[in-house]
Design a binder for this molecule. Structure first.
Ligand code: FAD
Length: 406
């Protein structure tokens, strides 16, 4: 599976930051993390920080999967409204999921502060109604969030026009959001793992895993074997191949970035990410050097060659949409790309063991529009499971939820 097309900005800007070695001999560890994206990085960091010896296996180069393609808006706002999650699982669990995402932003900020430059920046998030019919639904969503103490307010069309310079019938403005360079963050986290005695291997593909009562044996594509107590499958969208049935739909999402724009051109957009209530949604954020990063126009395309062929056309379409909203904004896509991402039916991730593989193999499927916030939650959740401790989201984010979804 080719996970991305075009020129993902983070990989272009940063290049290959570190070349990790290949693992070609038999080996052992406490925990093996399969997958060197942002999810594997956050999990390996959390485990190694708490004294576990971790070996990370990456079949490509670190960060070279969908993490390189991510637009990396960090939000507590899940793609599924809190009101809709409440209808499915009850108010308490809906709030628990939203609260964990809110906490994850602060946790990512703390981690980023210890990493050097990773383009982390606090932002506001403006979630606008794409049309008049969506206003009532958004107001209901705002009321539920406010009831539970989430920092959010309503902007009417006049306030949106005056403050942000575009037309929309109403919007939820929230003050808790952030943005990051996920590719750089993954590399920095892996560097910390190595400093603590962990091991990270590039171009090392895990091909088979067998679990028994004492541990797990992994077989690599080059024939070497690896024995460990626990495995974390942080293999991104390829993790689904290890399950008997898919638990999410693979889709493609598209993005482009401009050259740095003068700050008076961006105005309040410089520190406010914007997204909309229509699905698939148009969304945008800026980078620390003042570029506008725009994404959206998701489709069901799962064949990389067809996604490759669509990148430029998608970027033109996204540009037109932005210019329709801000007719005075004259933007050009400097780099455009597309990438695979997966969506679960309820917008929530899956973390933990699956009955097919037994209790020693944990999956980390941070699927959804705010996958990186989920990965942060998953890092703590999976450490709790591995250490035999409780976690408030262990059940809701487990595969047992599948029975409640049907
Ligand atoms: C265009 C786009 C925009 C997005 N925007 C956002 C956003 O704004 N905010 C947000 O939070 N999220 C966003 N996401 C989602 C976010 O990017 C993902 O949640 C995140 O990158 C997933 O990271 P990962 O580490 O799980 O997967 P990946 O980065 O894909 O890493 C998994 C790694 O596992 C490796 N691997 C797979 N199988 C094996 C194997 N058998 N052996 C060894 N290695 C293996 C792969 O090579 C890969 O590098 C977006 C995604 C896309 C594509």
């Amino acid at each position: 599976m080719d996970l991305k097309s075009g020129y993902p900005f983070w990989a272009v800007r940063n290049g290959l930051l570190t070349a990790f070695p290949q693992l070609s001999h038999d080996h052992q560890s406490d925990v093996v993390v399969v997958g060197g994206g942002i999810t594997g990085a956050l999990i390996a960091d959390e485990l190694s920080r708490h004294g576990h010896h971790v070996v990370v296996l990456e079949r490509r180069d670190v960060g070279w999967g969908s993490s390189a393609a991510s637009t990396a808006l960090l939000q507590y706002e899940i793609d599924t409204h809190m009101t809709d999650l409440t209808k499915r699982y009850g108010e308490a669990e809906a709030v628990l999921a939203y609260r964990a995402c809110a906490d994850a932003i602060g946790e990512l900020e703390t981690l980023a502060a210890g990493m050097g430059y990773v383009d982390f920046e606090r932002q506001q998030s403006l979630y606008y109604a794409s049309n008049d019919e969506h206003v009532a639904e958004l107001k209901e969503e705002l009321a539920l969030r406010q009831k539970h103490g989430f920092d959010a307010e309503w902007l009417d069309h006049e306030a949106i026009s005056a403050q942000y310079g575009f037309k929309a019938p109403g919007a939820i403005l929230t003050h808790l959001a952030a943005s990051i360079d996920p590719y750089r963050m993954a590399y920095q986290l892996f560097a910390k793992v190595v400093e603590r005695g962990g091991e990270v291997y590039d171009r090392t593909k895990m091909e088979a895993m067998t679990s028994d009562e004492q541990g797990v044996t992994l077989t690599l594509a080059n024939g070497a074997t690896l024995r460990c107590q626990y495995v974390v499958m942080a293999a991104g969208y390829e993790s689904q191949a290890w399950l008997p049935n898919p638990v999410a739909s693979n889709r493609s999402s598209y993005a482009f970035i401009t050259d740095p724009l003068p700050s008076d051109t961006l105005g309040k957009l410089r520190h406010t990410m914007v997204w909309e209530s229509a699905r698939p949604y148009l969304y945008m954020r800026t980078t620390c050097d003042g570029r506008l990063l725009v994404g959206g126009d998701d489709d069901d395309e799962d064949i990389p060659s067809r996604r490759d062929a669509r990148v430029e056309e998608k970027a033109r379409g996204l540009t037109r949409k932005v210019e329709e909203l801000w007719p005075t904004l004259d933007i050009n896509p400097t780099f455009s790309w597309g990438g695979t991402f997966a969506e679960t039916d309820d917008g929530l991730p899956f973390f933990g063991p699956h009955e097919t593989h037994g209790p020693r193999i944990h999956f980390a499927m941070a699927y959804g529009g705010n996958g990186i916030s989920y990965s942060m939650i998953g890092a703590k959740l999976l450490r709790a499971l591995i250490e035999g401790k409780e976690h408030p989201l262990a059940e809701l984010f487990s595969f047992q939820r599948l029975a409640r979804m049907t």
